[in-house]
Design a protein. Sequence first.
Length: 470
Amino acid sequence: MKTSNFITDNFILQSEIAKTLYHDYAKDLPILDYHNHLSPQLIAEDKPIRNITDAWLNGDHYKWRAMRANGIDEIYITGSATSKKEKFLKWAETVPYTLRNPLFHWTHLELKRYFNIDDILQPSSAESIYESANLILENKTPAQLLEDLKVEVVCTTDDPVDDLLYHQQIANGDFYTKVLPTFRADALFFINKETFSNYLIKLSKASAIKINSFDAFLDAIDKRIAFFNEQSCRLSDFGVGEELRIVDALKDDVDEIFSKKLSGEVLAQHEVDQFRSFLFVYLGKKYHEFDWVQQYHLGPIRNNNSRLLNQIGLDAGVDSIGDFPMAEFMSNLFNKLESTNQLAKTITYNLNPSQNEVFATMMGNFQNSDYPGKMQWGSGWWFLDQKDGMEKQLNCLSNMGLLGRFVGMLTDSRSFLSFPRHEYFRRILCNLLAEDVKQGLIPNDIEFLGKMVQDICYYNAKNYFGFKLN
């Protein structure tokens, strides 16, 4: 593959209208990344990353899956016996085969934006790109990389037992980017797993509450939510990959179920469902009380490859799209909260694209005058955050809801080099609207469309989450 100036100023923008919308309205807006998996520790420590392999390949299951598909031995993917350079060179071998995969676009957007590299990454260019990128990363901390792309806010993903020490250090430091925690509640629901008892010990320590009853468990959760709120938390999250059900669950019954778990008894599935149903509603009411936005990431089937799971651990890159039913779960949960006027602002994300219309129309059932666009169907997530997936999400949202109230893009990433994905989204959005103008489907009113673009890319999220920015 010949090298070329691939990422031009007008990448993806196929008309003059698209170019105007992007360059005049979207390009220079700051970034609000309200869901990601970045390490607050790395930001707080403020040390240079130094090596592009660390920045690109550590924890990046997108790249891992591509390398496996290209026949690369696992030792060069997640193994510890090879050098960083060897791993990078194996990734460079894979990149040409990612053509038409979003990894090809993301890779070259990142090379251009962070390192001003126009070459296509491939074996013939790998050595020079590796050296050039490392020269820049030698003096670039994670915080500086965020500032370079004008990332005003990142909301990390944090366990309820996390002490949030690094968030506090960042808040007290001189950082351009605000780094806010998100209350990721998954572990609270794992009552059917052997790990639950050990987790209760952690929760007890974090809350300073002895958890010897279900009431004590709820008190500990309340205390942690209040603590997260004190640290400027604005969002919660949930993302368990399995079928979920909302069933009738009386408090007395759940008290007994929790006591059975504490005594070491094995719970039946209907008891697990009762416990989870009560907890979903309880947490939903707490999120409403604190004016948080609740997020639900729904639909993956996780840990499909047990060999790699045992070899590498969780997040090994062996998760995929599940086919679980979701409509009844969302309907029952949101209806229970709405019936008492305790339904918080909510964002749902589906992983199965066949459920696009299911999610989009479900959110419309619970909109009200509390806030414009209160119920959000989120941006294309995980396997769907590529050009085709984002266009389908934008088109479906336009047909079923109000595109102009959409809170826009997020990275959902562990990499500090992933923020050109916001640029990718903005270009796709501008091009999509411009194509409608060309076809006479929407008015050729650049000022009107430009404001809509700016709202979707920045202002809607700023107002929706209530971020306090300078």
